[in-house]
Design a protein around this ligand. Structure first.
Ligand SMILES: [Mn+2]
Length: 345
């Protein structure tokens, strides 16, 4: 038996919301990743099989490597279809938030969700959920929202309603939030969940290939460029930083999502503990920062103290506004020095 982590009260509350709704809007965070899209589409499939009328709305663009999922083409992109999105939000009798903790993470949709008079449900695994929903299922120790969603649906006794498509979506989210089960994936129940998904017929090897071996030539060359030309390694500290300006990104016909996972690459260096990436926004004077670490190095603390951000213990992010790339690199250097004790052997 899988430990669902869900309390009897939560289970009862979720069940009631999902039974009593008809028109459901599912929303997820800005720049949606595999877990965001996977959990949203899994919930969408589940609700359809429950005879409901669900709609998925995302704040903005999501990358191509997630578009193989069933009904991904039915997802409404808010920034391109505002009127349609507001229509759905106004009609909703239940709004379900997945894979975000605070309403600012869903951009402009957040205000509409805050104002909406209907019932709201939040299922998420980020620290510190905002109390905007009637029912909140928040387990920050969960490796992904997809993992948590499977447990929630199991807890309410409706796992049979998860079809093959929903199982694929859940697997995709579990896979991407753990780097293909290479970090944050020590909970034995993860593998019990995967076993259940396999019984529903998922082809896990094919899903892996669709997600990870799905690069454009431009993106693949961009990865090579980062490693060969841009990586600044601090051998003594087992840490690295790399930067990309918008001119460099343009050389590789950069599309949103092309940098996904690139920050993980330097962690493949023997003994590496920390990797930071600095990417200039293609329009605004912002440098986006990603921080990844191994083991007991707190990526989120570094992101909070130096990059106006935060996140998970081993995967965090932030941003620098109105800084040159040289200044950003200097801040990274200072951050590494400040955390020297945790980096040297
Ligand atoms: Mn997630």
């Amino acid at each position: 038996m899988i430990n669902t982590k869900i309390t009897a009260q939560q289970s009862q509350d979720v069940k009631k919301l999902l039974n009593e709704c008809k028109n459901v809007v599912i929303v997820t965070h800005s720049s949606p990743d595999g877990d965001a899209i996977g959990s949203s589409l899994a919930m969408y499939e589940f609700l359809k099989r429950k005879g409901k009328n669900p709609t998925v709305i995302v704040p903005n663009y999501f990358p191509d490597f997630l578009r193989w999922m069933n009904d991904a083409d039915k997802i409404i992109q808010f920034d391109h279809h505002k009127a349609l999105s507001y229509n759905h939000l106004n009609m909703a009798d239940l709004i379900i938030g997945l894979d975000f903790n605070v309403l600012t993470r869903i951009d402009e949709i957040g205000e509409a969700v805050r104002r909406a008079r209907c019932k709201k449900l939040l299922i998420d695994h980020h620290l510190g959920p905002e109390k905007f929903a009637d029912v909140i299922v928040s387990y920050p120790e969960s490796s992904s929202t997809c993992d948590l969603l499977f447990r929630v649906i199991t807890a309410i006794g409706e796992a049979d309603r998860l079809n093959l498509h929903a199982a694929e979506d859940i697997y995709a989210g579990m896979c991407t939030d753990t780097g293909g089960f290479t970090y944050n994936s020590k909970d034995p129940d993860l593998f019990n969940i995967i076993a259940e998904l396999l019984k529903k017929g998922i082809d896990k090897d094919l899903i892996y290939r669709r997600i990870y071996n799905n690069y454009t030539v431009d993106r693949y060359r961009l990865m090579g460029y980062v490693l060969y030309e841009k990586l600044i390694q601090y051998p003594e500290l087992h840490a690295s930083v790399f930067s990309l300006t918008r001119e460099e990104l343009a050389k590789f016909n950069y599309l949103k999502g092309d940098m996904e996972g690139v920050v993980n690459m330097p962690l493949a260096i023997k003994g590496q503990k920390l990797s930071v990436s600095l990417r200039e926004d293609t329009e605004k004077p912002i440098i986006w920062v990603s921080v990844r670490s191994y083991d007991d190095f707190p990526a989120n603390e570094l992101a909070t103290q130096f990059f106006n951000g935060g996140g998970h213990f081993n995967a965090a992010g932030g941003k620098l506004e109105n800084k040159t790339m040289d200044e950003a690199l200097e801040i990274a250097r200072n951050a590494f020095e400040a955390f020297r004790d945790k980096l040297v052997d």
